[in-house]
Design a protein around this ligand. Structure first.
Ligand code: SF4
Length: 230
């Protein structure tokens, strides 16, 4: 059965706002619709939300669901990484589309730094990630995948996610199955787990779905199950 990634990795929107300007940004639409901040182009750090990390039940968290790591102020990241360090029971993911301006070094075992790649011309972001972020774990999200990324250097990457366009624009734009299969083959050759997001199911077929997670995330989910049984 196809699983929804949101059931595996929860959003903790510590920062809301972004200047990248993706046309398909759902976060900008939601922030405007619900008047969450004064302006999406002026990112705001919701420091109080760091207390959510104190929840005892282990979870995998995406911390950049309504922002891009590159727009975070240095002190926001420092405070967040302090929380990450204090909570080894959780795993934390960060994503960016502007890794060329990142400058991060951390020895944290439970921090995962990634880039989004939507087309072949953006594959250089993976090099920039490895160059500008010195961390224990890297991931790449190929979503929404607009063209064939070709042969990609995935060395040192610990997880990839593949997804297609969602929402109204999905009627016109969708990921070609051969692109997803090519990336999956390349990652599998390097023993990198691959996760196809649920939106790929109508394109790829339920039986073909690939939904692998890194062992660290699986461990967290196993712990969650024990909590449910308590
Ligand atoms: S990087 Fe993410 S948060 Fe920023 S505009 Fe693009 S989709 Fe929205």
């Amino acid at each position: 059965m196809t699983v929804c990634i949101k059931n595996q990795i929860r959003n903790m929107n510590l920062v809301i706002g972004c200047i990248v300007g993706c046309s398909y940004c759902y976060a900008r639409n939601n922030a405007r619709r619900f008047h969450i901040t004064d302006g999406f182009a002026s990112p705001v750090f919701f420091e109080d939300k760091l207390r959510l990390m104190d929840r005892k039940r282990p979870s995998n968290y995406l911390l950049t669901g309504m922002s891009d790591l590159a727009v975070w102020k240095k002190e926001w990241l420092e405070k967040t990484l302090e929380g990450v360090r204090n909570h080894p029971e959780h795993q934390f993911l960060f994503l960016s589309k502007m890794p060329e301006i990142l400058d991060i070094e951390t020895d944290l075992d439970n921090a995962w730094f990634g880039v989004t790649v939507t087309r072949r011309s953006e594959c250089g972001r993976i090099d920039a990630l490895r160059r500008n972020v010195k961390a224990k774990h890297y991931h790449v999200t190929f979503e929404p995948l607009f063209d064939d990324p070709g042969e990609v250097d995935l060395s040192g990457i610990d997880w990839i996610v593949i997804g297609t366009m969602t929402g109204a624009q999905s009627r016109k734009i969708h990921t070609d199955p051969s692109w997803a299969l090519s990336l999956t083959r390349q990652a599998s050759d390097l023993h990198i787990p691959v996760f196809w997001k649920e939106d790929l199911e109508p394109i790829m077929g339920e039986d073909a779905m690939v939904q692998q997670l890194p062992k660290e995330f699986i461990q967290v989910l196993e712990e969650q199950k024990k909590w449910k049984r308590k």
